[in-house]
Design a protein around this ligand. Structure first.
Ligand code: AMP
Length: 423
């Protein structure tokens, strides 16, 4: 019998986890600059948080992990970050203190999708939600943040696509016209698109199927059905983006996977060769009714989410993030029991003084200890032989220059500090 990871999941191994932490720290810093505060909501929610009457997207209908707990409650592993954040915003009445609430989150999501490159069943997202304003300047801030997320990271080969679906009225009007246009082609549409004709017709516009692409070439587009106020909102957003020098292109066929979006929608794509079909790094848009649906006051919102696996791939492909090598300030080499006991104490002392240190716990030969030290990327070998113990000294060998000096024990910390500042 063997034990395997669940299909569509992956392990982040020790030599990979540093880049994850680096990306998470980067996100926390940048999002704090934009005054977004972190929210951490549960991974499990009652199913009705996601399975709402208004939500007919494939993601919610076909891809959620639903199960009963031992008291027969219906629970769902979250497939995305927005619904849980809004549930929490309303349940905790975050709307009472502030005109505007700006949240960000980092965490895993679960979708029962067909696993492939860049598509997993458990994947990590970070994202933001800005709640409480309809101002198109807020749309521009959120898009700027999405753009700066990749720009400040150093990714070059990306494009920002924006579009507007319009308000509810424009959306309904457009949807009706789109369905009228597509009906005569029903039998020629791909299997997925045929199903979407009923549940989620907007998604047919961004189908990757060649037959669908041909059929939708002359299909009605959301921008042609915008109400006056939606048109104005979108025009103002474009002015603000120009003002902020955010590069973008209007993609008239851009729609989003979830039904709750209206008005502004956007996506960030990797344009690197070889990135594969799953090249959307992140996306988002406005949602005007969600807070109300969750029982809160009428409050508009806008947000986005990035997928961390795809971002890390892009960072690797563009050579921005490389494999992080191990590194230790010092590794203590010992030859007998007395030295090992003393090493334990020295190690503890050095660690409390801010040095990364390790010792050998497995009774290895000098050669094996040296190998372990180099594997850990130790910058200094601290060698503790019988003479050193007798004389209250320690040998310090720089692994790069191979220079070795005898240091009195009392001076060890100062010596390493000086050495570190000269690096
Ligand atoms: P969405 O809201 O579905 O557009 O998701 C936003 C971002 O999350 C996408 O652009 C991807 O980067 C990422 N993402 C979504 N689903 C998956 C998945 N199954 N596996 C990996 N990343 C995903």
């Amino acid at each position: 019998m063997s034990f395997n990871k669940v299909k569509g999941t992956y392990d982040v191994l020790p030599n990979e986890s540093k880049n994850w932490v680096k990306l998470e720290n980067y996100v926390r810093n940048l999002y704090n600059l934009f005054n977004y505060q972190e929210i951490r909501t549960p991974i499990i929610e009652y199913s009705n948080v996601f399975h709402r009457a208004s939500e007919g997207s494939d993601m919610v209908i076909k891809e959620t992990y639903n199960f009963k707990d031992r008291s027969n409650r219906d629970l769902t592993l979250r497939p995305e970050g927005t619904a849980g954040s809004i549930r929490s915003y309303v349940e905790n009445k975050l709307y009472v203190n502030n005109g505007l609430t700006k949240l960000f989150y980092i965490g895993p999501n679960f979708r029962y999708e067909r696993p492939q490159k860049g598509r997993f069943r458990q994947f990590m997202q970070f994202g933001v939600e800005a709640l409480g304003s309809n101002d198109p300047r807020l749309d521009s801030e959120v898009i700027e943040l999405a753009y700066q997320t990749i720009n400040q990271l150093g990714l070059k080969q990306v494009s920002v696509k924006i579009n507007s679906l319009g308000d509810e009225e424009s959306k309904l009007n457009f949807r009706k016209n789109l369905v009228d246009y597509l009906m005569p082609f029903e039998s020629k549409l791909s299997k997925d698109s045929k199903e979407r004709l009923v549940n989620n017709p907007l998604r047919i516009l961004d189908s990757k199927d060649e037959g669908d692409i041909e059929i939708t070439k002359n299909a009605p587009l959301p921008l042609d059905y915008l109400s006056e106020s939606s048109k104005k909102h979108f025009e103002q957003l474009i002015n603000h983006l120009d003002n902020l020098n955010i590069p973008y292109e209007v993609d008239k066929k851009l729609v989003r996977g979830l039904d709750y979006y209206s008005e502004t929608v956007f996506e960030i794509h990797a344009t690197t060769d070889g990135f594969g079909a799953q090249n959307a790094l992140g996306g988002g848009g406005r949602y005007q009714n969600l807070v109300k649906e969750f029982g809160g006051p009428e409050t508009p919102g806008i947000g986005f989410a990035f997928g961390m696996e795809r971002l890390l791939s892009a960072l690797e492909i563009e050579g921005v993030y490389n494999k992080v090598e191990n590194s230790l300030d010092a590794y203590i080499i010992t030859f007998n029991e007395d030295a090992k006991n003393l090493a334990l104490k020295i190690q503890s002392n050095l660690r409390l003084n801010g040095f990364t240190v390790d010792i050998n716990y497995t009774n290895k030969s000098f050669k094996a200890q040296l190998k372990e030290a180099l594997n850990y990327g130790a910058k200094n070998l601290l060698i503790l032989g019988e003479d050193e113990i007798k004389n209250n000294t320690i040998e310090v060998k720089d692994t790069l220059t191979e220079k070795q000096v005898t240091v009195s024990m009392i001076n060890l910390i100062n010596h390493l500090k000086e050495h570190k500042s000269n690096e």
